[in-house]
Write a protein that binds this ligand. Sequence first.
Ligand code: 5AD
Ligand code: SF4
Length: 447
Amino acid sequence: MKPTTTPKTYRVKSFGCQMNVYDGERMGELLEAQGITPAPEGEDADLVVLNTCHIREKATEKVYSDIGRLVKAGEEAGRKPMIAVAGCVAQAEGEEIMARAPAVGMVVGPQAYHRLGDMVKDAAAGRRSTDTDMPEDAKFAALPARRKVAASAFLTVQEGCDKFCTYCVVPYTRGAEISRPYSDLLREAEKLVEAGARELTLLGQNVNAWSGADDKGRVVGFDGLIRALAELPGLHRIRYTTSHPNDMTDGLIAAHGEIAKLMPYLHLPVQSGSDRVLKAMNRSHTAESYLKLLDRFRAVRPDIALSGDFIVGFPGETEAEFAETLALVNEVKYAAAFSFKYSPRPGTPAASMDGQIAPEVMDERLQRLQAALNRHQLAFNEASVGKTCTVLIERKGKHPGQWLGKSPWLQSVFFEGDCAMGDLVEVELVQAGPNSLAGQLVTKVPA
Ligand code: 5AD
Ligand code: SF4
């Protein structure tokens, strides 16, 4: 690549999970600390960071087509954008990207992006660079302080995964499980609240595997961290995602019954309702142990909304096994869910298993599963009509005077009123749709 000048503007395009959204925000902060500003809406940026996702197929192809589009747009405008590929595709296929896409100046993995600033300087001097190292927890210490944030902000508390589900690339792209230190997290949470956050969503690939030592040196689990964060004045809501059934502790379940700031919502992926499939996935829980776990949450928090992840068409999945997934879904009655067709990922054990399922069969199963999940989601929303609940305002709606916020159960709620972003207001839910509810403002909750 020819020497480029130092970029003045940037854009980060994040794909995939919420951890990528968090990483994208932090990369933005890092670039801004170097005087590079966000490109105005609708204008091309001098530096584009493609913050990629590798969890399902076509991710890599999408990266190459995005790169192609950026190069073409640059040629048409007579400029050469600086392109960085970050995220999990960068981690998994960094060398290939460098070889195949000369327009890419930087490849930076999810554990190395604190080095992005130096890499931009290198790229400006015409030197391409790759950093996919995984130094333990070096990144967070090297990042600049948090800037102004939205009313609902993310806080990564744990990264990586040691579970090695046989279909999943995460243990390879994000590395081993690490927990960020307790004191760092409390400090970052305080800063986020000072910067305007009223709700924090604690993020981790296995967030409930978090553990650390508190300020007195006592070992605490994830519930201990939540209890400490709940003491922060100005912080009104705490959420967390994603949990693994095997890391659920008695303390965390109890916390749902005891801590009012901990929202009544649990995203707990199950993937399949068939014990044979779960075993082949290396999930190390059964459908029954999962259901029993949910019962324990319901016992302490009867109104808890449940959400899950599902994979259809895992190698060898029979129609009868798929029917077990449908039966589980109909028993749990999820308030929300994410469902996917199995996608063979290079290097994972499931990719070379016998009995890969034909695409048409996967399509058909996914449709049936999603029809059931959608039915339950709508039913959950309809059952909320008539309730009055607190809504945290996250953004303006499409119409003048309209606002969009989230209920405690993570439902999107539209309503009108004399309010402001970040307000917590009491809203009566009056009408339900599959993906949102309409509400009427009752009162503003005193901050
Ligand atoms: N194919 C399809 N879905 C997958 N997921 C992870 N790996 C794969 C794969 N290879 C899904 C799981 C996980 C969610 C984040 O993505 O359901 O919980
Ligand atoms: Fe992937 Fe399983 Fe780890 Fe989740 S628990 S990130 S699905 S390996």
